[in-house]
Design a protein around this ligand. Structure first.
Ligand code: AQP
Length: 344
């Protein structure tokens, strides 16, 4: 006898994503995440949170954390998120994230978490010194997503594995608790040239907030001079740009700068290549610097404008948190019933 396919999730499409308030945002966060959030808010109901509970999986100075939450919110608004359209909120203001994460801690298997490459990258050789929270981070992420029954998760490529784990958790929950179709199996929305922006100093590692070299990344708050300097000093090779992407194999730094240009300009890397084929980086880099300044300058300026009015940011976060709690409450209530917890 063949096993019957369980009924699929039948609820509405929803978008959810977030960014950790762990430092200044960079071009990778902007292209891999913020630009997508902004686009998707007009297509589908969208929830965007500031992941302060994730942030404390590694030490954060309590005196700075609230300011960092406001800074991420300012970046969201500067990138074009509209609080009248999308729900923007701090994760810690919705306790249901932690409650659902506990249930999911009991659904997820140790073997699944052992495979998570981000934990291995962040923990390095001394995993026994890391917090338990860093290890179970992807489980909390699954709770973030499934609490709102989100179906689409716009993220950079580094988060793909975590969204796959979320699907595994949703599937196992639906199966084990005989609740077919209760949780959706969300899709990571990764495609596009901004999906994996690499360090300007090393084309084999991703652009990252925690890289000790500030020259490895372009921060959203960098001024025009800093952006131009960083592009100028970005590592490249002596070869001119070829005619096809295939010919860029093995030239990680060149491919990265081309991808950044394409993502900023809303084109594909192949299209940009047709414009610059045959030219060296001496000609390409100034054009890239001009484009980066033109695209990111207004974002940085808008961020500074929003940050000048922290009371307005706080009122956006307070209203967003209230809306998020309203949407989260029925899911958590149903989960408790499904699991068999005491209560009505
Ligand atoms: N280099 C990148 N290229 C494309 N997308 C990226 N993202 C991060 N780096 C790149 C995406 O940005 C979103 C928010 O990331 P996060 O701050 O929540 O976590 P992260 O991935 O840990 O970001 P960082 O900057 O790399 O921080 P550290 O150095 O602390 O690890 C996510 O959608 C992520 O995919």
């Amino acid at each position: 006898m063949t096993e019957q396919t369980p009924p699929a999730y039948a609820g509405p499409a929803r978008v959810l994503s977030g960014v950790q308030p762990t430092g200044a945002l960079h071009l990778g966060n902007y292209l891999g995440a913020l630009v997508k959030f902004t686009r998707m808010q007009h297509e589908t109901e969208t929830f965007i949170f500031v992941a302060d509970m994730h942030a404390i999986t590694q030490w954060q100075d309590p005196k700075l954390l609230t300011a960092q939450v406001r800074e991420i919110t300012a970046a969201y608004l500067a990138a074009g998120l509209d609080p009248k359209v999308a729900t923007i909120f701090p994760q810690s203001a919705v306790p249901a994230h932690a409650e659902l994460a506990w249930v999911f801690n009991c659904v997820a298997r140790l073997g699944w978490l052992d495979r998570m490459t981000q934990f291995k990258d962040k923990a390095g050789k001394h995993k026994e010194r890391e917090s338990v929270g860093l290890y179970t981070y992807p489980v909390l992420q699954a709770a973030d997503i499934l609490l709102y029954k989100a179906t689409q998760v716009p993220v950079g490529e580094d988060q793909k594995q975590h969204v796959e784990l979320t699907r595994d958790i949703a599937q196992k929950f639906n199966h084990d608790f005989e609740a077919p179709g209760f949780f959706p199996l969300p899709e990571a929305m990764i495609a596009g040239p901004g999906a994996r922006i690499m360090s300007l100093r090393d084309g084999s590692s991703k652009m990252s907030k925690s890289d000790p070299s500030d020259y490895s990344r372009i921060n959203l708050t960098d001024d025009a001079d800093a952006i131009a300097q960083k592009v100028k000093k970005a590592r490249t090779d002596a070869e001119p740009l070829p005619e096809t992407l295939d010919e860029l194999k093995g030239r990680a730094e060149a491919l990265n700068l081309l991808g950044i240009y394409a993502a900023l300009d809303g084109r594909t890397s192949a299209e940009v290549l047709t414009e610059f084929a045959g030219q060296g980086f001496g000609a390409f880099k100034p054009k890239l610097a001009d484009l980066a300044v033109a695209k990111l300058g207004p974002v940085g300026e808008a961020m500074r404008g929003f940050l000048a009015d922290p009371a307005e940011i706080d009122s956006i976060l307070t209203a967003g948190a209230e809306r998020a709690r309203e949407v989260a409450a029925p899911t958590l209530h149903q989960v408790k019933k499904i699991v068999g917890f005491w209560g009505d």
